[in-house]
Design a protein around this ligand. Structure first.
Ligand SMILES: Cc1cc2nc3c(=O)[nH]c(=O)nc-3n(C[C@H](O)[C@H](O)[C@H](O)COP(=O)(O)OP(=O)(O)OC[C@H]3O[C@@H](n4cnc5c(N)ncnc54)[C@H](O)[C@@H]3O)c2cc1C
Ligand code: SF4
Ligand code: SF4
Length: 372
């Protein structure tokens, strides 16, 4: 694959407002910076090739090549991608999760805390917050991992901390991210710049489910009109059919219709084909009808091993997934994939001809099967 650099990243992603602010291009050089939800190039860089371009999940993503690397086969038309098994899960008693500290069942916090406690990770890259602003964190202490729980619905530059963790020399890194962030991590793991000294530093990649996120620059003033930002303790979007965002502040619960919240979603999310973080070891989402549980997709052997060990250690509880929940998950993820492929195809961003750059590359037959 031909490689490009910062000029093309600006032209293809940032100028076209396709940047989601994932942070994958931050802390690699002095030029790209992330500030309160915005990614910008603060000084010009003239390099013809760069990791910024090679890691970005919004340009020249070769889905078949990534699938081949991580799952040994081409990208599949299936809604959920490659996986070994699907369960419902929650944190076990040994995880010692405090009430209200996690989003749903606490599966993600329990897994990261377990992996740090057992030395499977030397650092976990997580996303905490300052007020409403999502703030990436490098966490090395198992108890600290439990204090960074809960979903921040604004897109976060989590991978800036990941690049920092790699620079600081961590060798067994765990990361939690949205599907776009997990896609960037997958690109990093293929050593796209052919660095002869490259060693994959990722010991665990946990992907969240995501239908869309919110532009922080719009979210803060939107909520400030309704509630004192400093008093917000939690924001939740219960699974369908609720169609509301719940904001907990000063002992009260404020309900906002999702129709109003969707106005704050950046357009780039409508081009996003992945709802369940298909390139992760483990994917975690909420479970319809059970706010105390998560949906857990096990995709890789090492993910399966960590889940089994966490269950044995009392950090995680895993149960059979109800058939009707699985059916709805497949429907929702398939719908998102189809909508995004149709939109990206219509915008001329899939499989463009040699010499021009695409957002996605995939076997045209697979693309046709997804669009239907
Ligand atoms: C923007 C966004 C959209 C989502 N959309 C859906 C959806 O449509 N359907 C669905 O089933 N689930 C969705 N989720 C996932 C869901 O909200 C829970 O995160 C997931 O079910 C795990 O729950 P938990 O109780 O195990 O999480 P916890 O144990 O509370 O852990 C949550 C972890 O998420 C990480 N995190 C929080 N915010 C962000 C962020 N902005 N970017 C990267 N990492 C973050 C933190 O590091 C934390 O470790 C979304 C999450 C986010 C952040
Ligand atoms: S790597 Fe992430 S933050 Fe950087 S331009 Fe691409 S989407 Fe934006
Ligand atoms: S919808 Fe896609 S691009 Fe938008 S935040 Fe979620 S994973 Fe990222």
């Amino acid at each position: 694959m031909k490689r490009f650099g910062p000029a093309e990243l600006l032209q293809d992603v940032i100028d076209k407002k396709l940047c989601i602010g994932c942070g994958a291009c931050i802390h690699l050089c002095p030029y790209f910076r992330s500030y309160r939800g915005r990614t910008a190039m603060i000084f010009p860089c003239t390099k013809s090739e760069g990791r910024c371009w090679a890691y970005c999940p919004k340009v020249e993503v070769d889905l078949d090549a990534l699938s081949q690397t991580f799952f040994g086969g081409p990208y599949k038309k299936d809604a959920l991608g490659y996986y070994r098994s699907i369960h419902m899960s929650r944190a076990g008693s040994k995880a010692k999760i405090k009430k209200g500290a996690v989003q749903a069942g606490g599966t993600v916090s329990a897994l990261m805390s377990f992996a740090l406690a057992k030395g499977l990770l030397d650092a976990a890259v997580l996303t905490g917050k300052e007020g409403l602003l999502p703030v990436p964190r490098i966490v090395t202490d198992a108890r600290e991992a439990l204090r960074v729980g809960s979903s921040k619905y604004a897109a976060a530059p989590t991978l800036a901390a990941l690049n920092q963790a790699i620079k600081e020399g961590y060798k067994k890194i765990g990361v939690v991210g949205t599907p776009c962030q997990v896609l960037a991590v997958a690109r990093m793991r293929t050593n796209p710049m052919d660095d002869p000294a490259f060693v994959d530093p990722f010991a665990l990649v946990v992907g969240l489910f995501c239908t869309w996120s919110i532009d922080f620059r719009l979210f803060e003033p939107f909520l400030a009109k309704r509630v004192a930002i400093a008093e917000i303790t939690k924001v939740d979007i219960p699974p369908p059919p609720s169609e509301i965002m719940e904001v907990y502040a000063a002992g009260e619960k404020i309900k906002i219709p999702l129709g109003e919240v969707r106005e704050l979603v950046p357009d780039t999310c409508s081009y996003c084909i992945d709802m369940t973080s298909e390139f992760s070891d483990l994917s975690v989402g909420v479970l319809e009808g059970r706010p105390d549980m998560n949906t857990l997709i096990i995709r890789t052997e090492r993910g399966e091993r960590i889940v089994n060990d966490a269950v044995k250690g009392g950090f995680l509880v895993v149960e059979a997934m109800p058939a009707e929940n699985l059916e709805h998950l497949v429907w929702a993820a398939g719908n998102k994939k189809k909508r995004a492929f149709v939109k990206a195809g219509e915008a001329g961003m899939v499989n463009t001809s040699e010499g021009t750059r695409s957002y996605l590359r995939v076997n045209p037959r697979t693309c046709a099967d997804i669009i239907g």
